[in-house]
Design a protein around this ligand. Structure first.
Ligand SMILES: [Zn+2]
Length: 208
């Protein structure tokens, strides 16, 4: 039942190509890192068609590949500014004068996206527009830089908020089914249950 291919970028972010149903050629791409080519090659080589590119948030290591895809791109528009304007984030990351253009292509509001198999959660904290995607028939959730197997996303960047992160952990992450497998924006996967048990960064934010 279904398949998830992981492509880890040179920036360390994960891009996932999700094929929820082996009997269908529809796939979904979770995040578009600058070096998205291997993921696109996989799509092409397997004759898949892209049902949607679903961004977890607007940071460049998850979105700079936007120029390179044909599929429709969805994002929480609270992160539209970030996704369209990578220059500042990039210079902080690479310390270089690398020039990147503002993205002027189409960005669609993720909350207009309807797919009965995919639940979309708003979990601000790392950025204002951070979201998670649960694929219900696969028992997996893609959390971006909200929650990692062994940590949580930093909250000190533009539009980040520690208090919103706390609320998102308590009101969103704690409501996830304990058996869900978490596929984060960086690093390895693990179950919600294990993360709740062993992730000390996350535990610090849990009320009471
Ligand atoms: Zn990020």
């Amino acid at each position: 039942m279904g398949n998830i291919e992981t492509f880890t970028s040179f920036t360390t972010s994960n891009c996932y190509v999700v094929t929820p149903d082996n009997n269908s050629d529809i796939c979904y791409i979770i995040d578009l890192p600058p070096d998205v080519e291997p993921a696109l090659e996989y799509v092409k080589n397997n004759n898949l068609s892209i049902g949607g590119c679903l961004l977890t948030h607007g940071h460049f290591d998850h979105s700079l590949g936007m120029e390179k895809v044909d599929g429709k791109i969805y994002i929480n528009l609270d992160d539209e500014f970030l996704a369209r304007n990578p220059q500042e984030q990039l210079s902080a990351f690479t310390n270089s004068e690398l020039e990147v253009q503002e993205y002027t292509g189409e960005l669609n509001d993720i909350f207009t996206y309807k797919n009965k198999n995919i639940s979309i959660y708003s979990n601000p904290g790392h950025t204002k527009g951070s979201v998670s995607y649960e694929f219900k028939n696969l028992g997996v959730v893609f959390t971006g830089d909200f929650v990692f197997a062994e940590g949580i996303g930093r909250t000190d960047l533009y539009s980040g908020s520690t208090s919103e992160m706390k609320e998102s952990i308590n009101n969103i992450f704690l409501t996830f089914n304990k058996d869900l497998e978490v596929f984060p924006g960086h690093g390895n996967t693990d179950t919600v249950k294990n993360i709740l048990n062993y992730n000390s960064y996350l535990k610090e934010f849990i009320n009471g």
